[in-house]
Ligand binder design. Structure first.
Ligand SMILES: CC(C)(COP(=O)(O)OP(=O)(O)OC[C@H]1O[C@@H](n2cnc3c(N)ncnc32)[C@H](O)[C@@H]1OP(=O)(O)O)[C@@H](O)C(=O)NCCC(=O)NCCS
Length: 158
């Protein structure tokens, strides 16, 4: 039997999301969040010129996505999710790394996001990529009024 450590990393590629991916986005979204975004919210982001919407594609299908919006002088990470079968294989990391490349020189104040304190996997992902907690938004989440941790990554750390 081959040693798992010697197996090549799983192959996937990053490309812009299109309307044709909405069914697959919805399917991942519903399985990823207690309060999923609606199809209309995703469609709205896809047409916004101030948003960047990236998909990760493996074995011919969507396996993860990242939605980011431009707010004045910073990029706001709005949504990132990965199909459960593909988690812990670097997909979210690659999506965010691709964002940093695509926005190089345009992130004056850097990158920001909100995350649930009860989501240590996501917090660990963001910390690995240079985000740091810089505040709390009280009762931010509509379903259970959990606070949100506000994280920032400076542009010069890219
Ligand atoms: C959070 C999420 C996007 C991470 O996606 P992913 O592709 O599995 O992440 P990566 O493989 O790039 O992981 C990078 C790092 O994040 C951390 N991490 C990711 N998943 C983790 C887990 N289940 N437990 C602990 N740490 C985890 C680790 O530090 C990991 O590095 P390592 O594997 O070298 O230890 C994914 O778990 C997900 O879709 N969750 C549901 C939706 C969600 O919570 N989105 C974030 C909302 S703010």
């Amino acid at each position: 039997m081959s040693d798992p450590a010697s197996l090549p990393p799983p192959e996937f590629e990053i490309a812009p999301l299109e309307f044709e991916h909405l069914d697959q986005i919805e399917s991942i979204e519903r399985r990823s969040y207690p309060l999923p975004w609606s199809r209309t919210m995703f469609a709205g982001e896809l047409v916004k010129s101030s948003s960047i919407s990236l998909g990760a594609f493996g074995q011919g299908r969507l396996i993860g996505y990242l939605i980011v919006s431009r707010y004045v002088d910073a990029w706001h990470v709005m949504n990132v999710a990965v199909d459960s079968a593909w988690r812990r294989q670097g997909v979210a990391t690659q999506l965010l790394e691709e964002l940093f490349v695509r926005t190089e020189g345009t992130a004056e104040r850097g990158y920001t996001l909100e995350v649930r304190p009860s989501n240590p996997s996501a917090i660990s992902l963001y910390e690995k990529l240079g985000f740091r907690a810089r505040g709390v938004r009280r009762g931010y989440y509509l379903d259970d009024h959990e606070d949100a941790l506000i994280m920032w990554k400076d542009a010069d750390e890219v």
